[in-house]
Ligand binder design. Structure first.
Ligand SMILES: [Zn+2]
Ligand SMILES: [Zn+2]
Length: 320
């Protein structure tokens, strides 16, 4: 399973929502003037994206207005001046961990029985319950994007049940319908026949009403379903590795410019006023599971049920 077909993961955290170009040192992309959430590298990209972005933009602008009036007090204890600022921080965190989050979602769905369980289109959404780790008075430079949240639980819930949990959920689902269609179409193009459906993933932090939503592709598996125990153990180790990387702040990402689909562990560092990801090493062969340099990573690897090395585990994942 090539989890991220054609997906570029730049070292820089922020990239143009249309062409995907990463921000360069000493240069900042411009925000959409209306929703102030999505960013573009140029006026041309903003113009090209508008027909697709229009509906989502209107929804985001409206819900920001709604949230900032009513729910602003919820984000103040975590050091955010507005719901939008909070959403952006959460967006940075999900971007920092995008490989692990997407991989976790895929592996989790497969463990449940894949598309024979969630159906096509998916009858479920995935929900993450998070705890926000930020505090008032922190500077941007002290807020490592990979460390701002901790994932408490993840699980799937039927869309119809989720909508009954909160009146905002119904508005949210309807307001983002056309956005989901567009994303599904572009993912189908990118993934080809492997694409099964879209999985909507909601990230919600304890004590904060507003949530962020992402959409991940669910791909058809080459494995026979239901999975045997060996395959389930393998996915279990993959999920455990992803979870550790998220909570211990060593984001797994693919090295930019390399053809490898093998993610590497790394960390975010400040360079010219921006957060940039740097790998711990450029090849898993350079990693020793007994090294004292990366204790959190070594603990994660030592706990593997399959006793595989990370490289073997991630290579085996590709055959899914
Ligand atoms: Zn662009
Ligand atoms: Zn907008």
């Amino acid at each position: 399973m090539n989890i991220h077909p054609g997906l570029q993961m730049p070292m820089a955290l922020r990239r143009c929502c249309w062409c995907g170009e990463a921000e360069k040192p000493h240069q900042k992309h411009k925000k959409c003037a209306s929703c102030e959430y999505v960013i573009y590298c140029s006026k041309e990209c903003q113009k090209a994206a508008w027909p697709d972005h229009k509906q989502a933009c209107r929804y985001m602008t409206e819900s920001t207005r709604r949230f900032d009036g009513v729910y602003e007090s919820e984000v103040l204890p975590f050091g955010f001046s507005s719901s939008l600022a909070y959403s952006r921080a959460l967006g940075d965190w999900t971007e920092a961990h995008s490989w692990a989050l997407q991989t976790c979602a895929q592996a989790f769905v497969l463990q449940l029985g894949g598309t024979s369980f969630i159906k096509i289109p998916s009858e479920y959404i995935m929900c993450y319950r998070l705890t926000c780790r930020t505090k008032p008075g922190q500077s941007a430079a002290s807020r490592n994007p990979a460390m701002m949240f901790v994932a408490q639980t993840q699980g799937v819930v039927k869309i119809e049940d989720w909508m009954q949990m909160h009146p905002n959920n119904v508005l949210h689902w309807q307001g983002t319908a056309s956005e989901r269609d567009l994303i599904a179409r572009s993912m189908a193009e990118r993934c080809g026949s492997a694409f099964a459906c879209l999985l909507t993933v909601v990230f919600k932090s304890d004590g904060i009403t507003s949530s962020n939503t992402l959409h991940f592709p669910v791909l058809h598996t080459r494995q026979r379903l239901p999975l045997d125990d060996a395959a389930k153990d393998l996915l279990g180790d993959v999920i455990a590795l992803c979870y550790r990387s998220i909570d211990q702040g060593f984001p797994l990402r693919c090295l930019e410019g390399s053809d490898s689909t093998m993610p590497l562990p790394g960390h975010f560092v400040r360079r010219s006023g921006k957060w940039v990801w740097e790998p711990f090493f450029e090849d898993w062969d350079d990693f020793s599971p007994t090294s004292t340099e990366y204790p959190a990573l070594c603990r994660a690897v030592a706990a593997f049920k399959t006793k595989l090395t990370p490289k073997q585990l991630l290579t085996a994942l590709l055959s899914f």
